[in-house]
Structures are given as structure tokens and as C-alpha cells.
Design a protein around this ligand. Sequence first.
Ligand code: SF4
Ligand code: SF4
Length: 85
Amino acid sequence: MTYIVNDACIACKYTDCVEVCPVDCFYEGENMLVIHPDECIDCGVCEPECPADAIRPDTEPDMEKWVEFNRKYSCLLYTSDAADE
Ligand code: SF4
Ligand code: SF4
């Protein structure tokens, strides 16, 4: 299981979620954040920090597309981060 970020995050200016994550698995995209599903340890501490309710556990219905979305973009961002170094 993992947590994901959905489109309620678009254009959010708060990044309280990022600060609390113990494993730094949030990645910042162009207009929203995503969670790397393989890095998230399911601790759940980020969920109550999000005022937009954009962070959801993947155990909720119809979350598959969001897991894939988060995986796709976090992998892309992870790769581009690494390329910058
Ligand atoms: S607090 Fe919620 S809406 Fe804001 S950046 Fe974090 S996940 Fe996105
Ligand atoms: S559930 Fe925990 S590990 Fe996963 S993104 Fe949130 S704070 Fe990070």
C-alpha cells in the first residue's frame, strides 16, 4: 500500500506535507506534487497535513490511476533530479 496525491493538489501553495515525510518521497511537478509509491512507507503522517485532502491512501476505491500517475511522474522527476547533479 502507498499514499498518493490527486488533482486536488494542483496549485497548492502549502507544502506542509513535504516537511513531515520521514523518507522524503514527495516530488514536485510543474503544478502539483506526487508521491513515489515505492518509497512511501505508508506512515500516514502527511495525510492530515494537507488542507486540500489531496493525499489519499491507495486502499480507497478507484485509486489505481492515481498510483500510476504518481509513479510515472515521480520516476520522471527522480530521473531529472539525478541528471541535474
Ligand atoms: S499540502 Fe496537499 S495540496 Fe498542498 S502540496 Fe501538499 S499534497 Fe498538495
Ligand atoms: S505516508 Fe508517510 S512516507 Fe508516505 S508520503 Fe506520507 S509521510 Fe511520506
